[in-house]
Design a protein around this ligand. Structure first.
Ligand SMILES: [Zn+2]
Length: 129
């Protein structure tokens, strides 16, 4: 891939990364909000449950973005991690953090759906933002 193209994706990834970090910082504040009474506690628990799922997706996206930026550094960006074929630029334009070609991604998604794994949130919280 040309340096100019790589730079375009790097910029897109860094912008998205900054956006997510900001979003997650604000959300973290909500997640630890204290309830005024028991009823609020129940409602907040449900809200938190929903929030955890959203956060989990966002942390996962952030992780994917960081991995993509690392691949730009080591020169493997734009190559499918599974079959090692180039990922079409049209796909990278839509999803700059894509680590797999469509075919491999679909296979992975199907596998994940079959066996839901652990949340990445806990794992991620051990790292610093
Ligand atoms: Zn592939």
């Amino acid at each position: 891939m040309e340096a100019r193209e790589l730079e375009k994706y790097r910029k897109a990834l860094e912008a998205k990364q900054a956006e997510l970090v900001e979003l997650l910082r604000r959300r973290d504040g909500i997640a630890i909000e204290k309830a005024a009474d028991a009823l609020d506690e129940v409602r907040l628990a449900a809200d938190r449950e929903l929030l955890i799922h959203t956060l989990d997706r966002e942390y996962l996206r952030l992780k994917e973005i960081r991995a993509a930026l690392a691949r730009i550094e080591d020169g493997s960006y734009g190559i499918c991690l599974s079959c090692e074929e180039p990922i079409p630029q049209k796909r990278l334009d839509a999803i700059p953090w894509a680590a797999y070609c469509v075919r491999c991604q679909e296979a992975i998604d199907a596998q994940r759906a079959a066996e839901p794994g652990a949340t990445v949130l806990e794992e991620f919280l051990e790292e610093t933002i």
